[in-house]
Write a protein that binds this ligand. Structure first.
Ligand SMILES: [Zn+2]
Length: 312
């Protein structure tokens, strides 16, 4: 049986029928507007993840394009590479670190001296902002922090060491990078994906997303799920991501420009993403990190908390 034809194209005698199939990835996944067709960067050498899949090096390309509306930079993959990369998502750790256990890598990162440690500066940045911010409110007796996508747990360990009045929860879906985390760690740990589950709806004072959002094609759902778990009056979201400046100041082989990253932000596009998912930005700033990474961080509260803050 022949089914009904969907969306029939009316035939006009004097006009040739031209069917334009939009190229996949040409609309912005952050705001849905068109990406500029002229790339800001074309990469012709596969990175280690693309090489693992086994691409043809001669014809390989990946390009970065600016959105005409929200200004985010978005990666465009060719020859179905985005789907192939998604298929190896559970192998990232072994491709990167081979047989090196997560425990030895954890110890190695923990030994980095304070002045050279991105985590040390991150802990100070968040602690300082929180202490200043919370003065306007009645402080929770036991403040709490939730780190989503916390990797090996280096940041949260350091945060809880410097701020012993806090309790901490970490959620990380990657099993390979968390094999060393046991009951001796100072936080509650869950090896899963976060989706705003009821058990996390505990009025967290701080939720952190450290170098997580650039790995997510459409981060809107994650950001709105976080609103369910933040303290309704003063809950702070801390978000940290690679800056688009990496395109102009780093070699095209830099990690920030690699195949696992979907977007690169500037203050405008990060502000847009946060506002469009129901947040009010309190601070947004570019930074040149101790490790040499060019990044942006922001502190935000939910828009409903904004009203309470400014009218209480
Ligand atoms: Zn956009």
């Amino acid at each position: 049986m022949i089914g009904a034809m969907q969306n029939p194209i009316p035939y006009q005698k004097d006009r040739p029928i031209i069917r334009i199939r939009p190229m996949k990835g040409t609309s912005c996944k952050i705001c849905t507007h068109e990406l500029s067709s002229e790339p800001v960067l074309e990469i012709n050498k596969p990175d280690r993840f693309e090489a693992f899949i086994g691409v043809d090096e001669k014809s390989f390309k990946r390009t970065w394009h600016r959105c005409s509306s929200c200004a985010v930079l978005q990666a465009v993959h060719y020859n179905g590479m985005d789907e192939k990369l998604a298929q190896i998502s559970d192998k990232y750790y072994s491709i990167d670190f081979g047989s090196l256990t997560s425990g030895s890598r954890f110890e190695r990162i923990q030994k980095i001296p304070d002045e050279k440690s991105d985590n040390y500066h991150r802990v100070r940045r968040i602690g300082d902002f929180y202490r200043n911010w919370i003065q306007s409110f009645e402080k929770s007796s036991t403040p709490s922090i939730l780190d989503i996508g916390g990797g090996m747990g280096v940041f949260l360990c350091k945060y809880l060491e410097v701020n012993p009045d806090f309790t901490g929860v970490m959620i990380e879906p990657d099993r390979e990078s968390t094999t060393h985390i046991d009951s001796s760690f100072p936080f509650e740990f869950h090896n899963r994906l976060f989706s705003g589950q009821e058990e996390y709806q505990r009025d967290f004072d701080i939720v952190t997303l450290n170098k997580v959002v650039e790995h997510i094609e459409k981060p809107h759902q994650l950001l709105s799920d976080i609103q369910k778990v933040l303290n309704k009056k003063h809950g702070l979201l801390y978000i940290e991501i690679p800056d688009e400046m990496n395109v102009y100041y780093k070699p095209s082989s830099d990690n920030s420009l690699g195949s696992l990253h979907h977007h690169l932000y500037n203050p405008h596009s990060l502000n847009y993403l946060l506002e469009s998912t129901g947040y009010t930005v309190l601070r947004i700033e570019r930074m040149f990190e101790a490790s040499g990474k060019i990044s942006i961080y922001a502190f935000a509260i939910s828009s409903s908390a904004e009203k309470q803050w400014l009218t209480h």
